[in-house]
Ligand binder design. Structure first.
Ligand SMILES: Cc1ncc(COP(=O)(O)O)c(C=O)c1O
Length: 387
């Protein structure tokens, strides 16, 4: 073998059977080969397991997918390049012109854009209600055939808790699929409900450290198998390097979530007792409007705490800028604490009535609680509240 040949066919150093790496390696290979055309065809027809081309699947991403499916209590998963990618691909794969989607004001902004702007260009119709408008939800589902109901719980940023059992029952009674963006609740929650598909931004709790993006859709195998061809042909799947980092992040998921939720509860209680604060939005507080529902549906109330400052939007801006330990930026679920000012939330697309229903007040601030010492976080909030 001449040297130019050697560098393209390097020595095989795979560990022998019985001598496996404890951490699965990153399979950074676009192509997977078989010895024969027939073996390749059998694999491509799904008769034998295996891999062929990274865009369709690869072992590193597959390990992450199977881990996430089990965490969420379902059989299968597709991991994607970002959370919005998982949402967009799922909605594209499930709908066709003339279908109708029911979704909510209290939905992540880019998801609303995917439904209202992108899908409507292809003739997919939609109705947007408030997640609290149960009568409206029943009326719409009874009035028109609906392909799917897309919802979040707790919602962003004011942590409204959707009545999942009722929503799913209503959706199924009217022949619609129930799809939840479960990013806020996490992979260990809501699995016991008869939700058809869970979408997640892996950028949040799976990463944990906020240095990698990803998304996932999780569900029963048949439904995920129906989605797979569109995901593959549109090039949506997560690359192995990001999958490796997300798999690594998941090792500490439960410990992080538990600690961050515990700190969130303490901070929510602290804010609730502060005279400058009109209202605290946290599902773990007894004063939360759906506290009983949250207790029934959630083992942990999440790591996002929002609150309304009595003094309004400029005071909320000053508060957000004065914080020293909270980064003024998007996202949540990181080990560093984050803050969002009211000027950066809400939507210019909302009518005044929809803006009111969104629950975002002029002084609403959203905190995402990290893994810093909770005493330090409380002290930082205290100093920033001095206006
Ligand atoms: C509830 C929710 N869903 C989806 C996303 C989108 O995820 P990504 O940023 O990974 O695309 C986000 C991001 O903030 C989110 O908060």
């Amino acid at each position: 073998m001449k040297k130019p040949t050697l560098v393209n066919h390097p020595p095989d150093v795979s560990p022998p059977p019985g001598n496996q790496p404890v951490i699965a390696p990153i399979y950074q290979s676009v192509k997977y080969e078989f010895e024969t055309v027939d073996e390749t065809l059998r694999m491509l027809r799904g008769e034998t397991p295996g891999y062929f081309y990274m865009r369709a699947s690869n072992p590193t991403t597959r390990q992450l997918e199977l881990t996430l499916a089990q965490l969420q209590g379902r059989d299968d998963c597709l991991a994607t390049a970002s959370g919005v990618n998982a949402i967009a691909q799922t909605l594209i794969a499930l709908t066709k012109a003339g279908d109708h989607i029911l979704f909510f004001i209290e939905t992540y902004g880019p998801t609303r854009n995917i439904i209202r702007r992108l899908l409507s260009r292809f003739g997919v119709e939609n109705t947007m209600l408030s997640i609290e408008d149960m009568a409206g939800i029943e009326n719409v589902l009874a009035a028109r055939p609906t392909r799917l109901v897309f919802f979040e719980s707790p919602t962003n940023p004011v942590t409204k808790v959707a009545d999942i059992e009722r929503l799913v029952e209503l959706a199924h009674r009217h022949g619609a699929l129930a799809v939840i963006d479960n990013t806020f609740a996490g992979f260990h929650q809501h699995g016991e409900y008869d939700i058809d598909l869970f979408v997640h931004s892996l950028t949040k709790y799976a990463s944990g450290t906020g240095d990698v993006m990803g998304g996932a859709v999780i569900g029963k195998r048949d439904l995920v198998d129906d989605l797979r061809p569109d995901f593959s042909v549109l090039g949506a799947l997560l690359d192995p390097h990001a999958a490796f980092l997300l798999q690594r992040g998941l090792k500490t998921y439960f410990v992080r979530y538990r600690e961050q939720a515990r700190a969130s509860q303490a901070i929510a209680e602290h804010l609730a007792a502060h005279p400058a604060v009109a209202k605290v939005h946290y599902p773990g507080l007894a004063t939360h409007p759906q506290a009983a529902l949250a207790k029934k549906q959630m083992r942990e109330a999440g790591t996002v705490v929002s609150f309304d400052l009595r003094a309004g939007s400029e005071a909320a801006r000053r508060f957000s800028e004065k914080l020293e330990l909270f980064a003024l930026t998007a996202s949540l679920g990181s080990t560093e604490s984050l803050v969002m000012a009211p000027q950066l939330m809400g939507s210019r697309d909302f009518t005044p009535e929809q803006a009111r229903q969104s629950g975002i007040a002029p002084g609403t601030v959203r905190l995402s609680i990290g893994l810093e010492d909770v005493g330090d976080l409380v002290a930082d909030i205290e100093q920033a509240l001095v206006d």
